[in-house]
Design a binder for this molecule. Structure first.
Ligand SMILES: Cc1cc2nc3c(=O)[nH]c(=O)nc-3n(C[C@H](O)[C@H](O)[C@H](O)COP(=O)(O)OP(=O)(O)OC[C@H]3O[C@@H](n4cnc5c(N)ncnc54)[C@H](O)[C@@H]3O)c2cc1C
Ligand SMILES: NC(=O)c1ccc[n+]([C@@H]2O[C@H](COP(=O)([O-])OP(=O)(O)OC[C@H]3O[C@@H](n4cnc5c(N)ncnc54)[C@H](O)[C@@H]3O)[C@@H](O)[C@H]2O)c1
Length: 452
């Protein structure tokens, strides 16, 4: 016999967790179904622990920058405090009790297990069935995906989940995939003295970003001693005598560890999507501006294909909550989605890249300014690599995209995200006063340099 509730949330990533709590606080009866950890990938295996790793690696890098700038330094990397911080402060040894208590404290009924849609507005978890009067919200997220490389499935490679649980740094590391996960992890472990090589099938690192960002990262990586192989076809993988080997067409690369960071697959299999006329083999669940995927069904987060970021998941959750509660509001808009790759330099961008804008046949021009040429960049000196790149729609005179690469690139991006989001005119941006000497003051010469 099915239990009647108002809403069932399947999957408690950042968006699902937030939505379940808010709906319960609004007075609805909410069942939240989670098969792993309340909070999803971000707090346990992704954003939070990896940014603790980035912070630690950054401290080492700054320590190494002392000579010639501020005296002498001797750096002795130690992974133990990083591992301890991730275990104790970030993840509580990968135990979600605190998050689960927080959720149930808001009035949510937490059900552990795999949720499956068995009919419209109906969810089954093991032998329990729930009927959701208002509907079902999906936030099932993604899992690491490995490419079909001969032998790979038989080797004990790391994904992001094992990498954040590392208790020691491998002497050498092969990173398969030069996307966001790959480049962040490569620099972290390299700065802890691992000998790292990134192996990327595409012709550049962080392929979704501006080519200038890829070039910059490659330059910095090679300067730091990180091997970068792009345009490479891996034909096989093996693990023998404690050593991992990636077989390329004409050579073999070996290391103590292999990290596979080749993208994600959406957790849609076994979710019962066919019961509501959707395809579980699709790459994403199509949603409208109110996050509706079907009658009585909402979806938020990575599975919607609108940007695999925690802030997108949370943004969409707030819209879904509003819609479920029957409140009015603007539909989701994605023209100013910000993204930050937390390498050093940080690669931060918002909106369209130049290539994306050209693919949309927008009338554009671009302007770039180099951070080392700015007053603050020159003062900063070591570690000042970076640039600002602007993409302007010349018809409207507004920015449709921007990149802030460099020290604190993600923070500088704030100003550019406001400009893209509010469609501030480039005339207005030129009339602004930019504090001297800040990194963001380099926006001014980038505006001056806008040319077709
Ligand atoms: C290494 C790494 C670093 C990252 N760093 C950042 C960063 O710095 N900033 C940023 O914005 N983003 C970052 N991301 C991306 C970010 O982690 C995700 O975008 C974010 O977690 C949002 O995902 P989500 O809401 O779709 O759900 P997820 O976090 O993927 O969670 C989905 C949840 O649903 C559960 N679930 C799935 N199917 C079912 C089912 N049938 N029944 C019950 N439960 C189910 C899963 O167990 C999981 O807990 C990073 C990703 C990785 C891999
Ligand atoms: N700082 C952040 O916000 C942050 C950090 C990490 C991840 N994320 C999110 O997680 C998502 C997934 O990240 P990701 O790095 O796993 O995926 P990705 O799609 O960004 O990059 C995967 C890379 O692997 C390469 N690849 C695929 N098959 C390959 C093969 N056989 N051999 C060599 N290379 C191969 C691809 O060409 C691509 O460059 C990102 O898109 C991002 O949205 C965000």
């Amino acid at each position: 016999m099915a239990e009647e509730v108002d809403v069932v949330v399947i999957g408690l990533g950042p968006g699902g967790e937030d939505a379940a709590g808010r709906l319960a606080e609004a007075g609805l009866s909410v069942v939240a179904v989670e098969s792993r950890l309340v909070g999803g990938e971000c707090p346990y295996y992704a954003c939070v622990p990896t940014k603790m790793m980035v912070r630690a690696a950054g401290l080492l890098a700054d320590g190494r920058r002392v000579p010639g700038m501020a005296g002498e330094s001797t750096i002795g990397p130690d992974w133990a405090p990083v591992a301890a911080r991730i275990r104790d402060e970030a993840t509580d040894s990968w135990d979600d009790k605190a998050a689960a208590d927080r959720l149930t404290g808001k009035g949510v009924r937490l059900v552990r297990g795999h949720g499956r849609i068995t009919a419209p507005r109906e969810v089954t978890v093991d032998d329990r069935t729930f009927r959701a009067r208002r509907g079902v919200l999906l936030n099932t997220g993604t899992s690491p995906a490995a490419p079909p490389i001969d032998g790979l499935d038989a080797v004990p490679y790391w994904t992001n989940r094992e990498a954040v649980q590392a208790t020691e740094v491998p002497r050498s590391l092969l990173v398969l995939g030069g996307g966001v996960v790959g480049v962040e992890m490569a620099q972290i472990f390299s700065r802890f003295d691992s000998r790292v090589t990134v192996v990327e099938a595409g012709d550049r690192l962080v392929v979704n970003e501006e080519p200038e960002s890829s070039d910059l990262l490659r330059t910095v990586f090679e300067r730091e001693g990180i091997g970068v192989r792009t345009g490479v076809k891996v034909t096989g993988a093996s693990h023998e005598g404690g050593e991992f080997t990636l077989h390329l067409e004409d050579e073999a690369l070996t290391a103590d560890r292999l990290l596979v960071a080749t993208g994600r697959r959406p957790n849609l299999k076994g979710l019962g999507l066919d019961a509501v006329g959707l395809d579980e083999n699709a790459r994403q669940i199509p949603v409208d501006g109110n996050m509706r995927a079907a009658d009585g069904l909402w979806a938020v987060g990575d599975i919607t294909g609108k940007g695999a970021f925690t802030h997108v998941s949370m943004y969409q959750a707030s819209i879904a909550v509003r819609d479920i509660l029957g409140e009015e509001g603007p539909p989701a808009a994605y023209r100013a989605v910000p993204r930050v790759t937390f390498t050093d330099p940080e690669i931060a961008s918002v909106g369209l890249t130049e290539a994306q804008a050209r693919d949309q046949n927008l009338p554009i021009r671009t302007g770039t300014a180099q951070i080392p040429d700015s007053a603050r960049g020159w003062i900063h000196k070591t570690g000042n690599d970076g640039f600002i790149k602007l993409v302007e729609n010349t018809e409207w005179g507004v920015l449709v995209g921007a990149t802030a690469a460099g020290p604190s690139g993600g923070e500088i991006l704030g100003a550019l995200a406001v400009a893209v989001h509010t469609e501030a005119t480039t005339t207005a941006l030129r009339e602004m006063i930019y504090a001297y000497p800040t990194f963001h003051r380099a926006i001014e010469p980038a505006l001056t340099n806008l040319t077709t």
